[in-house]
Write a protein that binds this ligand. Structure first.
Ligand SMILES: [Zn+2]
Length: 296
């Protein structure tokens, strides 16, 4: 089945035409997220217009998504006026094809499960580290979504009582300490040139011990959150995504330091880096569209 898959974020729209797990054609453009939902919709339609010859459209998007009804339950200020958008109906009406809409972290988890680091696992958890921390729960090869479709907000586990203020309105959330943004914030206090993960890990590899201390404190924060999750789910596998997880020092340190902090019966957990990178979302939407077609 040939699926046109889109991955809509606050800054970019990635798209790909996928057949049997192979990308035939791909492109990327700005989403103009800051300009608001209507601009993003316009860019989604421009993207779709640049493709032809597909049987279904799958859209993974930032924000909380009701995938049964295909609308955006909530989106933060990265895309103002996106909340409430009836994305599936808008696109289906215009293009007259089956359309599937899913939250971006959920889509990436399905992609990793079908084609990437979670392949072969019936159950696994997926966490992505970036501006915040997203989470997805796969049970028996399916997403567990909870009663309102928004389960897996692992970034908002509270790991510090009376801690830092979070965008969700609470204090002390995991993502305020363990996201890539949290690492960058700490690093910038030390050196204003350390504006992203690549610069930070470059310094670390060059033997900067102060940066290594900052990174190791941040890894400790990542680990405390993972310990909680491991003790709740007893998962066989956790896939860690987000650009920063390509740093091999990170995955090695997490695996090395976490084992003596978890209970014996939980130590079998495999903690691995995501494999599909930026393409996880589009692969996930292609798999979801195919699975939906099989059910009809
Ligand atoms: Zn929060």
């Amino acid at each position: 089945m040939k699926v046109l898959a889109l991955d809509v974020g606050g800054t970019a729209i990635k798209s790909a035409l996928i057949l049997d797990g192979q990308i035939i054609k791909a492109s990327e453009c700005s989403s103009d997220g800051k300009l608001g939902g209507p601009y993003v919709i316009g860019n989604i339609m421009n993207t779709i217009d640049s493709y032809e010859d597909y049987e279904a459209i799958g859209i993974s998007t930032a924000g909380q998504v009701d995938s049964n009804r295909g609308y955006i339950i909530y989106a933060n200020d990265n895309i103002p006026n996106y909340t409430g958008t009836q994305l599936r109906d808008l696109i289906r009406k215009k293009y007259q094809k089956p359309v599937y809409v899913e939250n971006d972290v959920n889509a990436a988890a399905i992609g990793e499960g079908c084609y990437g680091a979670g392949r072969g696992e019936n159950d696994f958890l997926c966490l992505t580290y970036g501006t915040g921390i997203g989470g997805a729960i796969i049970i028996n090869k399916k997403l567990y979504k909870g009663s309102r479709g928004v389960a897996g907000e692992m970034g908002h586990m509270i790991t510090h009582i009376n801690g830092l203020q979070c965008t969700c309105g609470k204090q002390g959330c995991y993502e305020q300490y363990a996201s890539t943004a949290a690492l960058v914030k700490k690093s910038l206090v030390y050196n204003e040139k350390l504006t992203d993960g690549l610069h930070i890990f470059h310094e670390l590899e060059n033997g900067n011990t102060k940066v290594k201390d900052i990174v190791d404190c941040w890894i400790a924060e990542i680990i405390w959150g993972l310990i909680n999750i491991i003790h709740i789910f007893n998962p066989p596998c956790i896939v860690l995504g987000g650009g920063i997880m390509r740093q091999s020092y990170l995955i090695q340190s997490i695996n090395c330091k976490i084992k003596d902090k978890i209970m014996d019966n939980f130590k079998n957990v495999r903690i691995v880096a995501a494999k599909l990178g930026n393409n996880a979302g589009v692969f996930g939407m292609s798999a979801m569209a195919e699975q939906a077609a099989l059910r009809i």
